[in-house]
Design a protein around this ligand. Sequence first.
Ligand code: 0A1
Ligand code: ZN
Length: 880
Amino acid sequence: MTIAIPQNEIRLEDYRPTDFVLLTVDLAFDLDPQRTIVTSTIAMARREGVDREAPLTLDGDELEFVSLKINGVDAEPHAVTPDRLEIRGLPATGEFTLEIVTAIAPASNTKLMGLYSTNGVYCTQCEAEGFRRITYFLDRPDALAVYTTTIRADAKAAPLLLSNGNPVDSGVLGDGRHFVAWNDPHPKPSYLFALVAGDLGVVEDDFTTASGRKVKLAIYVEHGKEERAAYAMDALKRSMRWDEERFGREYDLDIFMIVAVSDFNMGAMENKGLNVFNDKYVLADPDTATDADYANIEAIIAHEYFHNWTGNRITCRDWFQLCLKEGLTVYRDHEFSADMRSRAVKRIAEVRLLKAHQFPEDNGPLAHPVRPRKYSEINNFYTATVYEKGSEVVRMIETLLGRDDFKKGMDLYFERHDGDAATIEDFVACFAEVSGKNLDQFFLWYEQAGTPEITVASQYEPSTQTLRLELEQSIPPTPGQSSKQPMHIPLRVGLFESNGEPASPRAIEGIEADGDVLNLRERTHTVRITGVKSRPAISVNRSFSAPVNVRQQQSDRELAQLARIETDLFSRWQALNDLAMRHLVSATQKAESGEAASANRELTDCLCAVLADRTLEPAFRAHAITLPGETDIAREIGNDINPDAIHEAREALVAQIASHGRDLFEEIAAETRPAGDYSPDAASAGDRALYLACMSHLAVASGDPSGPLSLYRSADNMTLLSGALAMLAHRFPRSPEAEEALADFEARYRDNPLVIDKWLTVQATIPGADALSRVKTLMDKPHFQLSNPNRVRSLIGTYASGNPTGFNRADGAGYDFLAGIVIDLDPLNPQVAARLLTAMRSWRSLEAARREKALDTLRKIARVEKLSTDVRDIVDRMIG
Ligand code: 0A1
Ligand code: ZN
């Protein structure tokens, strides 16, 4: 059999350095919405040893070629198309310059890649391959150069002209135009280039670095929204200080700028000195942003800022190394948030997110290694695997080395690779070198896809006070990788004696143990732990030391015991969650066969005990009583999923907990009822989370929407208001109370699209088959625009990936609807269209009838002739 390789497949092993090296790049933009002229003057030279005849091929994408000069003399390209420029006869040795002129139309750029306009503001997005939509270029991350950028534009329409680096010149031109020139002294690849031009308001501040340099800080937002940037500014200053203190990294330009725009494909972008943000991750005040919004803003401001060192000063050799900057920077922003907030609660939230997004990816047709070996569309590899699992891999390096050696490894990485376009091998070598540890087997974490599964069997011998653990690892097959090698897995294990005290074993044999970390390297290990005085409760994968699934024979009693006595708060939550999950899986089976749900006193008592424990922080208690979501339960069940049965089982348990704990919920709600002015700090947010969880249970217990309605009416911040709105819409859909709140919310916030997004999401996620008609009706509202990624994600994205019963309708209408949107959106914005479609990535796990409908839909999309490379790649891999 021959296997067809997609024509445009790029493979890691084909990497070759460029034939030509860049020296400097001079860009001049004559901005015009319909016809912007870009003049690019590049100083370059043939790389030593390269064939003297070798042509220079530059990347383009939908470009209009205007002219070419070589060393100042008009020249003809050998070949030119909108996506390629080939030049022959270039000097064999020495430096030469090219001057390339192109024309582009920012106003009609709906893909939001390259130079586009958003609400009258010009802005760029160049990662991963957007720069080639501006000018012909060596648009790859290993082609570094020093950039100078001159922007000329109408002074009224665009009083503000920004680019990377420091401003070096400005002045007035004829015809009401003006210019500003910028120079970025740090060599960078084209994907970090940015330009912003328009009329924006600004919030300014400054920051004095550890070595005493004063840096100007500026956040640009739409006029009138300046006050809503205060929290982002505060988060920025905290990030700058933290990176100095934790990693010794100082900022390296005179000015750091952030611009918030309303049309953006992703969350934000780390362009050197000029970050561009989706305004959702900048703008916040108590009336419009929830606690979750504040936490996201803090994390994303930090993430982009941290890229200045991990991504910009040290960039990636090629896009296969994406996790070099992303996994590491996510790890850094996780650590930052953990230091700013509660570490245990942060870890729980991280793991919940990883399991909700990355585990299903790893377990479906889109599974790929943290460092993929091939791709046909790089945009589709900005995934939970590269980002979140990539971060977990860095965290495991820290676990294996300990904090001190990890810090030394990071120091060496910064010192050795500053200015480089580096690889994962370069990164891991630094840690191996400082610690003397062999990380060869560990490297498989970058290369093997799939979530490892670890089975744990235990046997305790009282006569010898010995615990025997049988540990076995297996990694499921994934696309292109049918068999796997055993990995090096750092597994933290805790033992608790029958009196609840941690055991202090005399010896651990059969495995290399480092404190409480067991180093799994073989497929199986038989571990003998001596000096364990009584049959212990065994807590495996404490703090989630490795991104694995653990299968352990454990009774409900043992789990309940761990939920009471574990000293690691994360694992306490994990034990509760496992206990609830067990119940939910068996209750789903019962629901499928029409059996009534049975009460589970052990579970409800356990949850209530945690809820009542005032020594535990409220945010933790809120997590503890939040049951696994419907998609979590689906993941646990694994195949032949019937989303309606899962919903029924989960609702039954919620009802049981609500009625069993009613008095306690009343009590805790009274204790946590918010009073005084809103503050976004973690402790206050934790109180609100717990309060809302209690109120929601009380609404269930009473079956009466008047509680949430009065909460809605009295709420004086968006966290409580949107919380109450969700309770009404989800628990009492179509009730007059829900209708009243939905109508009021719309009227109050109709002029604030980011808040209207919450209103769209609440309605898109109302469970049940009706959701589809609701979503369709909302699409016809003026609030909704297919061209705006935030609107599309808030309505369609949350419907498809956050409403299992509404989307997975038995008649397949949800799938067909999504297909229609994907097909309509694809020509406008392929990146967002492709991402929407990934909502169907777990289609193979559905029960047979839905599976068949999903496959029909995917085939229908695949039959469309003119699909973008983005959607084509996703649909092909999903069908497999
Ligand atoms: N590097 C950014 C993510 C990003 C990637 C691609 C984009 O293109 C539309 C935009 C942003 C980050 O990690 O934040
Ligand atoms: Zn990033």
